[in-house]
Ligand binder design. Structure first.
Ligand code: IMP
Ligand code: MG
Length: 173
């Protein structure tokens, strides 16, 4: 049965790191008006945990994109399933992403959002897989660097399952 294997990052480790990221974000954006843009579905956990820990009068918006079917490798094709509800012109945008694998999804999203003329555009990614990015990306806030294995939990799915695990695990196939 496909399911969670070895735990890579525990719930406690995740929550501690999010506290640190939230502090950094609070410091960097104090006095600025910020819009957090979460990328559905994978970033919903990170978005809600960050939301509760930052001490900023932030606004929230979401986009939904699809980059994979049920396969565990990137197709390189990004489809926008849900666009922003509000304009971001002249706003400070912080894009909240679950994971940077090939980097193609984020690369596409950054170009797309930059085209809407935000005042600033930065990225907070929960995970970054090391050594396999196909594009050079400037990521301001990263939760954890992990090896390039397929992982599940804390928002990340395999075939739409396991997103609700409060920890990060390897996928056992
Ligand atoms: P990229 O375009 O290759 O960087 O892939 C980004 C998207 O693929 C992420 O937003 C995830 O939804 C998905 N993804 C990449 N690696 C994993 C993984 O290890 N587990 C679950 N989803 C993943
Ligand atoms: Mg996915």
């Amino acid at each position: 049965m496909t399911g969670p294997g070895q735990v890579l990052i525990s719930e406690e480790q995740i929550q501690q790191r999010i506290g640190e990221l939230a502090e950094e974000i609070t410091r960097d954006y104090t006095g600025k008006d910020v819009v957090l843009v979460g990328v559905l579905k994978g970033a919903f956990m990170l978005m809600s945990d960050i939301a509760r820990q930052i001490k900023l009068p932030a606004e929230f918006d979401f986009m939904a994109v699809s980059s994979y079917g049920s396969a565990t490798r990137t197709s390189g094709v990004v489809r926008i399933l849900k666009d922003l509800d509000h304009e971001i012109t002249d706003r400070n945008v912080l894009l909240i992403e679950d994971i940077i694998d090939s980097g193609l999804t984020l690369n596409y999203l950054l170009k797309y959002l930059a085209g809407r003329n935000p005042r600033s555009l930065e990225v907070c990614a929960f995970l970054r897989k090391t050594g396999i990015q196909q594009v050079d990306l400037d990521v301001r806030y990263t939760g954890f660097e992990i090896p390039p294995d397929f992982v599940i939990g804390y928002g990340l799915d395999h075939d739409q399952r396991f997103r609700n695990l409060p920890y990060l695990a390897l996928l056992d196939q």
